[in-house]
Design a protein around this ligand. Structure first.
Ligand code: ZN
Length: 665
């Protein structure tokens, strides 16, 4: 509603000639995003954005190394080739090599950012070696001795096959190629951290053990120990740069932000997770600072055990013009909680400090770049969320850029059978998406409470899928609630109809475009959408709530009864909340394994064929804007923003100017 019109107004003012999509390769499109409102910020806030943005770029190497130990040498070898090769760049082999490098940049490593599978190169090892031979060896520097390692990492299908293995029954740590554990089995890691937790038993403020370290087993002695990511520890050269820019940021920030930035610096300097908690508490409580940011080891989805966090960063400021949608939602947080269709004992008696806002992103870094979430809800520590609440944001300039990039790509015509569904999606699709994201982030993740004695880690590797399902179901259920009409957030139930039709179509069918043939669903957000859609499809079969219609040799997902579907969302939310609250691992496992994982090969093949006929890339990511300090007489007088539209150039620039880690860490 008002948000859409606010955006429409700003887009009218910015009709630029540059296309939104700046690069396409494989299953990826790279989009640029604009930062409306940056020029109008006061100078000190512009300067703050600048310093935080620099800090956001400095941890890129950390993520590469976290994703796989071979990633940095692979990236640097290919970049050296990309920069120096003087031979024919029009051959199929060269083009394949260039595409591979673009994929490595995008995924921050040699595994697909979504499926986690290792990329299959479409050029040969002989070709790579030949190209390397043609380049003066001094260009490779220290990489010269690593060419064997690099080739094995790229070409040996047995080595590093998947970044994140979630196959039940396997040792998930020994078989995952991410670099969070070295030589440590699942049982050994569990024992190591159980001992730590036992020492801290009864502490109402438990630190997030293992969050900021690699767990290593000494090959000789068998001793298991942590290498902490901090100044003076693992990843120190990059963390020192991050701290350098954070100190600059603290020098221009006002209270309470200044103190928070200092707490974060202290955490980076010491590796002390209590300092991280102190920072998070300060950060959650700060709802006044216009410029805000995320910078640290945040999300643990890349660790099969859900313990170690990947490095990410994001710099943003409030989108004050974008209406009060999220404010209205968070003002009514207690009402939503009290009416949630879950068991009364698992509702939060008192919802605390759900702060929600719409933001404009100014810089993406680490695990938020180039692929980024469109909503953020932090911090992750359960006890801080319970005591202090959480902060939730919807990133509007990113969803706007996605929308612009998808305009007129033929998707709806191909996959949506009924004209009234298409019309509703065209009219309410963005609103329904935005609201669903708001509800998911500001209320869904923060809702509910655990039974006494349940800590929150009981669901193990199924935890992230079930947590996303819980937040999504909360959003879906309330998207269709009368209350939203009453609050003036939607004009009618039609918005929910648009959202529901789109969600179920995606969960049952179209998201399969993101999966390679022969593979199952691995990523937790995708698993969650499949879980919800498949469960509702099966449960609603008797009433034909959701129907798979065959027409012209094509499959379509059609919702016949939206009200009934909403009831089903409520029923599943009841069960998923129960599973979380009681830490019922077996029930959680059964739900996920039954509904969220296995792909129907025939339907999968059909979706891939229809997608490829449309020429739509299923994944999107972004190039960042660039900021430049304008100084006069040694004083900063302005910060200029520009929008580069060359993906490879930006990546090469980051690799040259923001790369601090050695090849092997
Ligand atoms: Zn979520």
């Amino acid at each position: 509603m008002c948000i859409t019109s606010a955006l429409a107004a700003c887009c009218g003012a910015q009709q630029s000639e540059t296309p939104w999509v700046v690069d396409r390769f494989d299953d990826i499109k790279v989009i640029r995003y604009e930062v409306p409102g940056f020029e109008a910020l006061p100078l000190e806030e512009k300067e703050l954005v600048y310093y935080l943005a620099e800090a956001a770029k400095c941890g890129r190497d950390i993520l590469f190394d976290q994703n796989c130990a071979a990633n940095l040498p692979v990236r640097r070898t290919l970049e050296t080739v990309y920069e120096n090769y003087a031979g024919d760049r029009t051959t199929a082999q060269w083009q394949a090599l260039e595409k591979y490098l673009k994929k490595v940049w995008f995924a921050n490593g040699i595994h697909h950012h979504y499926s986690n599978d290792k990329f299959v190169p479409e050029f040969t090892e002989e070709y790579l070696l030949e190209v390397c031979e043609s380049i003066p060896s001094e260009k490779f520097g220290e990489l010269t001795g690593l060419i064997g390692t690099v080739c094995r990492a790229i070409f040996d299908p047995e080595l590093y096959p998947t970044k994140l293995n979630q196959t039940a029954g396997d040792d998930l740590l020994l078989t995952s190629s991410s670099n969070y554990y070295r030589g440590v089995s699942q049982a050994e890691a569990a024992k190591f951290y159980a001992a730590m937790a036992a020492a801290d038993a009864g502490n109402p403020e438990p630190v997030s053990y293992g969050l900021n370290s690699q767990l290593v087993k000494d090959e000789q002695t068998g001793r298991i120990y942590e290498r902490t990511w901090k100044v003076g520890g693992m990843y120190s050269p990059a963390i020192e740069r991050i701290v350098y820019w954070l100190e600059k940021a603290a020098s221009v920030a006002r209270e309470p932000q200044k103190t928070n930035i200092e707490a974060l610096i202290s955490y980076y300097n010491t590796g002390d997770l209590k300092e991280f908690d102190r920072y998070n508490i300060g950060w959650v409580k700060d709802t006044v600072s216009n410029v805000d940011f995320v910078n640290g080891f945040i999300e643990d989805y890349g660790d099969p055990e859900g313990r170690k966090a990947s490095w990410e960063a994001n710099v943003n400021f409030m989108d004050k013009d974008a209406c009060h949608r999220t404010e209205v939602i968070s003002e009514n947080a207690q009402w939503f909680e009290d009416h949630s269709p879950v068991a009364p004992e698992y509702r939060k008696k008192e919802v605390r400090g759900v702060s929600a806002k719409v933001i404009t992103v100014a810089m993406l870094g680490g695990d938020c770049y180039p692929a980024t979430p469109i909503g953020i809800n932090l911090p992750n520590a359960d006890w801080i969320r319970k005591e202090y609440g959480s902060k939730s944001v919807t990133i509007d300039n990113i969803t706007y850029a996605y929308d612009m990039a998808a305009h007129g790509n033929g998707f709806d015509e191909e996959f949506v059978l009924r004209a009234d569904d298409r019309e509703r999606m065209a009219r309410y699709g963005k609103l329904a998406d935005d609201l669903h994201t708001d509800l998911h982030e500001c209320l869904g993740h923060g809702s509910g409470q655990l039974a006494p004695g349940v800590k929150g880690g009981e669901l193990g590797s199924y935890g992230s899928t079930l947590e996303e399902a819980r937040a999504d179901l909360f959003g879906l259920y309330y998207l269709g609630d009368e209350k939203l009409v009453e609050l003036g957030l939607v004009p009618s139930f039609d918005a929910a109809k648009a959202g529901y039709a789109k969600y179920v179509m995606n969960g049952l069918m179209t998201q399969l475009a993101r999966i390679e043939p022969g593979k199952n669903v691995e990523e937790s957000h995708m698993r969650n959408r499949k879980l919800i859609s498949e469960w509702c499809y099966e449960r609603g079969k008797a009433d034909n709530v959701i129907e798979l219609v065959r027409e012209n040799d094509k499959t379509y997902v059609v919702v016949n009864d939206f009200e009934k579907l909403r009831e089903l969302f409520g029923e599943l939310l009841y069960e998923v909340q129960r599973i979380k609250s009681e830490g019922d691992f077996e029930a959680g496992k059964a739900l996920v394994e039954r509904y969220a994982v296995t792909v129907d090969p025939a339907l999968h093949a059909e979706v891939l064929a229809r997608y490829s006929a449309l020429g739509i890339e299923p994944y999107g990511g972004f190039v960042n804007p660039e900021f430049e300090l304008v100084e006069r007489g040694g004083k900063v007088v302005d910060v200029k923003i520009s929008y580069p539209a060359n993906y490879a150039e930006q990546m090469m620039n980051y690799s040259k100017n923001y790369s601090w880690l050695p090849n092997e860490n």
